[in-house]
Design a protein around this ligand. Structure first.
Ligand code: PEP
Length: 252
């Protein structure tokens, strides 16, 4: 159990889940109620099609529901897009932005992620901005340079530190079962913390920094114990209640 941290554990369901998965959320809500969480926060980001029903179920619980992307625009002729205010309208309280899968498959640039982050912060959504290096960048010892640039270009100047979260997700660790060693996670998280401090000053102390990439019940306790790690962004292990619960068991 991690006693001295206010952790945020976020589950990214990606393009997984149907209405029949409502039972996972019900189990999660029951678990959170019984566990009587003191300070940690739990968030599930399902596909947009499930936000409304999940957030209805989670209404009177401490479980937060969020989205996996949002538009940089407010409303209008943007076919297929969903704005932060529409996400809020369907019950979302948070959004993940700049996930490496969107940076790669939708070719999202830092500039676009910056505009999306600005819009979601303006709409008071808890905004999780993902950063992380590829395997080649790591091998070329460019990890900190890449992350420094992503932070600089993806984050807006005007922020509400209570609503901004950074997720460090090494791309090579996502879904691969591989994770950096603890010293490397510490190095990157302290680098991010320093960058946030020089940009936002005192406010930056409130910005949580999550680790993401193959977090599971076996490695969660050790990762969550690292200094500057304020929680986890969990993909695969958030889809099955028993796997996710085993990670949540470490929260207070
Ligand atoms: C993710 O995609 O954000 C992620 C961390 O996935 P996984 O936990 O499956 O590596």
């Amino acid at each position: 159990m991690i006693k001295n941290k206010k952790l945020l554990i976020a589950g990214n369901w990606k393009m997984n889940g149907f209405k029949k998965n409502l039972s996972v959320i019900s189990l999660l809500i029951k678990y959170i109620k019984l566990k009587k969480l003191k300070s940690s926060e739990i968030l599930i980001c399902p596909p947009n099609t499930l936000i409304d029903s999940f957030s209805n179920l989670a209404k009177r619980s401490k479980l937060l529901i969020g989205a996996q992307d949002c538009s940089e625009n407010e409303t209008g002729a943007f076919t297929g897009e969903v704005s932060p205010s529409m996400l809020k309208d369907s019950g979302a309280q948070a959004v993940i932005l700049g996930h490496s899968e969107r940076r790669e498959y939708q070719e999202e640039s830092n500039k676009l992620i910056h505009a999306k982050a600005k819009n979601s912060l303006k709409n008071d959504l808890l905004t999780i901005v993902c950063v992380g290096e590829s395997l080649i960048q790591k091998k070329n010892q460019n990890t900190l340079r890449v992350i420094g640039e992503q932070l600089k270009k993806s984050l807006p100047d005007k922020i509400n530190p209570n609503n901004l979260v950074i997720a460090y997700e090494p791309i090579w660790a996502i879904g691969s079962g591989l994770i950096p060693d603890n010293a490397d996670i510490y190095k990157v998280h302290s680098f991010i913390s320093n960058k946030l401090n020089s940009r936002y000053g005192n406010k930056s102390k409130k910005i949580k920094i999550l680790y993401g990439g193959s977090v599971n019940k076996k490695n969660a306790l050790s990762i969550l114990s690292i200094k500057y790690v304020d929680g986890a962004l969990v993909g695969g292990a958030s889809l099955k209640f028993s796997d996710f619960k085993a990670i949540l068991d470490f929260c207070n």
